[in-house]
Design a protein around this ligand. Structure first.
Ligand code: GDP
Ligand code: MG
Length: 598
């Protein structure tokens, strides 16, 4: 390919502003996909993505565009997820691009992830092409939003394209502007070959499929390659690009984006962020890689049927191949048996992994309350990480507990500033700044404990602002806090999987609300079940689930056997998501009751 006619770009935006829809239109305008094969959000190929209407994995497609300057350009489009949980996917994609289409919903305006992604793109040295989308909507305010965009990028508001990804209006103009503004990739075709692995996927039959962006030189089918960090050596079985289906080709040259298959079966051997070179004429200097992603939220996953434990391990191993951000280790709970402690980027990520495990691997799981990772300094000065409340050391041996803090950036119409400040205060936040982005739009900054955010902060923010506020955050470090472990006892037995770590000043309230919630969630049993919340030996709240009076089976005493069996069957079904904890049947919801504390 003629290097000067290649353009690599990502589409970035706040969630729901229309990235995937715009990608669809680009596939149409460039006739990459025939109209009859077109379905909405074509690039969101995972079932889950289609159902939820969100993009989870980034995608990379090659399209050929006949521009109005008479030239044909080879564009590589990398669609990215917009949710804060997946920002690591965004930064990876950006490293493979020279430009980014910044999509802003003209009926909403600049939002928290608009800002966050814009800063990522600017940091990456990318040329930005802003567009105002959804101008077909009656509520669109292109003038106001163009003002916000120009404030952000220093662009002349009149130069910001106004489009509708839904109707296709203005989409050609976007591509015309893009090929003019975004520079061609600059790699050296004669230098030792180097390519960045910016993503990878595991295929059951073909092994690791590495998504690559060639920087220098050329990679050819059949050639021997080397992954510079891992030291892996292999031969290229197949090399190609996405159109959007995998399309084999003979070579990939400088600036080109595509995939490579070697038969390597272990993703660790072709790791995302590594640099590929050829064995012959090998490069000596690797490309800048990526920072490792760190899980922020942890929870236990336990099979309902303990026979499924090996299957769960197997499924986690497979999922990890496609999801570098997922971490896990075996965990044993007295209450729930054998399972895994898993680490996620956020609650949405946790939810998606759980759902994929259940759907794609046909497992029934119990999920425990999410927690963050604390750093505990013992009296002996030893420092231990704790990401499971039940592992919290004996309080008399603790010198200090430190918890992760985030810097939150909240964008909101100014009428909601008061209620947001109240919410942040309530979540132990400290005010760190406030700017006006326009006459009506305010950016609030708060330092907040991550533990408060992972529970219900986002939902509360949405409901208090009728969905008008948006949130972005980044980790800012650890701070010492006065935290205590709150235990839950059922019938006098502590249930390890229900323990949580809370701020001392909140322990009473949380204990009380939690006990009430559990009372609603735990069905009546044949005996009274006292529920207690306790810090150490001090009980801070108690409730009782009263025994039910009549035995269901006794009721059809003397009745025919099949009816009795049916009844029992029905009962069993209702209990599908139950776990026997001591003498008590505890349903799944109880293990997540804390998520509804707000
Ligand atoms: P993403 O999260 O940024 O990928 O956003 P999507 O492409 O999934 O779009 C979110 C929603 O906005 C979907 O319901 C789209 O149909 C809708 N949408 C996208 N572009 C437009 C547009 O130009 N006009 C209108 N009216 N709706 C749009
Ligand atoms: Mg999308």
């Amino acid at each position: 390919a003629d290097q000067s006619k290649i353009r690599n770009f990502s589409i970035i935006a706040h969630i729901d502003h229309g990235k995937s829809t715009l990608a669809d239109r680009i596939l149409e305008v460039t006739k990459t996909v025939e109209q009859r094969d077109m379905k909405a959000q074509l690039l969101d190929s995972m079932d889950l993505e289609r159902e939820r209407g969100i993009t989870i994995k980034a995608q990379a497609v090659r399209v050929m565009f006949d521009a109005s300057d008479g030239e044909t350009y080879q564009l590589h489009l990398i669609d990215t997820p917009g949710h804060v949980d997946f920002s690591y996917e965004v930064s990876r994609s950006l490293a493979a691009c020279e430009g980014a289409l910044l999509v802003v919903d003209a009926s909403q305006g600049v939002e928290a992830q608009t800002l966050a992604n814009t800063y990522l793109a600017i940091d990456g040295g990318l040329e930005l092409v802003p567009v105002l989308n959804k101008i077909d909507l009656p509520g669109a305010e292109p003038e106001r939003v163009a003002g916000e965009v120009s404030e952000l990028l220093g662009e002349d508001p009149d130069d910001v394209l106004r489009i509708s990804a839904k109707t296709g209006m203005g989409v050609r103009e976007v591509l015309d502007q893009l090929v003019q503004k975004v520079p061609a990739p600059g790699g050296d075709p004669t230098a030792a070959p180097r390519a960045l692995i910016f993503d990878s996927e595991f295929d059951q039959y073909r092994g690791v499929i590495a998504y690559i962006r060639v920087v220098d030189g050329t990679f050819t089918k059949g050639e021997a390659i080397r992954a510079m960090a891992a030291g892996t050596e292999a031969e290229i079985d197949e090399i190609g690009f996405f159109n959007p289906a995998m399309t084999p080709t003979a070579t990939l040259g400088p600036g080109e984006v595509g995939y490579l298959i070697t038969g390597v079966k272990d993703v660790a051997m072709l790791r995302v962020g590594d640099t590929l070179t050829t064995k012959r004429g090998a490069a000596t200097e690797a490309l800048p890689g990526y920072q490792d992603v760190k899980p922020m939220v942890f929870c236990g996953l336990f099979p309902i049927d303990s026979d499924d434990y090996p299957d769960l391990r197997d499924a986690l191993e497979k999922l990890t191949l496609n999801d570098a951000a997922l971490s896990w280790e075996p965990e044993t709970s007295e209450a729930l048996g054998f399972g895994f402690r898993c680490g996620f980027l956020g609650l949405l990520h946790m939810d998606i992994v759980r759902e994929r495990l259940e759907r794609e691997y046909d497992l029934e799981l119990m999920t425990t309350m999410p927690s963050v990772e604390f750093e505990v300094e013992l009296s002996s000065r030893e420092i231990v990480p704790v990401h499971n409340p039940s592992d919290m050391p004996d309080p008399t041996k603790i010198r200090e507990i430190r918890e992760p803090y985030i810097k939150a950036s909240i964008l909101t119409p100014k009428e909601f500033v008061g209620t947001i400040m109240e919410l942040c205060q309530d979540k132990r936040g400290t005010h760190a700044g406030m700017q006006y982005l326009s006459a009506d739009r305010v950016q609030l900054e708060y330092d907040l404990p991550l533990a408060e955010i992972v529970l219900d902060f986002f939902d509360q923010l949405k409901s208090r602002t009728r969905g008008y506020a948006s949130l972005d955050y980044e980790l800012s470090g650890l701070r010492a806090s006065d935290l205590v472990k709150l235990d839950i006892l059922l019938s006098g037995d502590p249930v390890d999987a229900l323990s949580m770590v809370v701020h001392r000043t909140k322990a009473h309230d949380v204990g009380r609300v939690l006990a009430e919630k559990l009372k609603q969630k735990i069905p009546r049993q044949q005996f009274d079940v006292p529920i207690q919340a306790a810090i150490g030996s001090r009980v801070v709240a108690r409730e009782t689930v009263k025994a039910y009076r009549k035995d269901v089976v006794a009721k059809c005493y003397g009745g025919d056997i099949s009816r009795k069996r049916k009844l029992l069957e029905k009962q069993k079904k209702g209990k599908a998501r139950m776990k026997q904890v001591g003498r008590v049947e505890v349903p799944q919801e109880a293990f997540l009751a804390v998520l509804e504390l707000g």
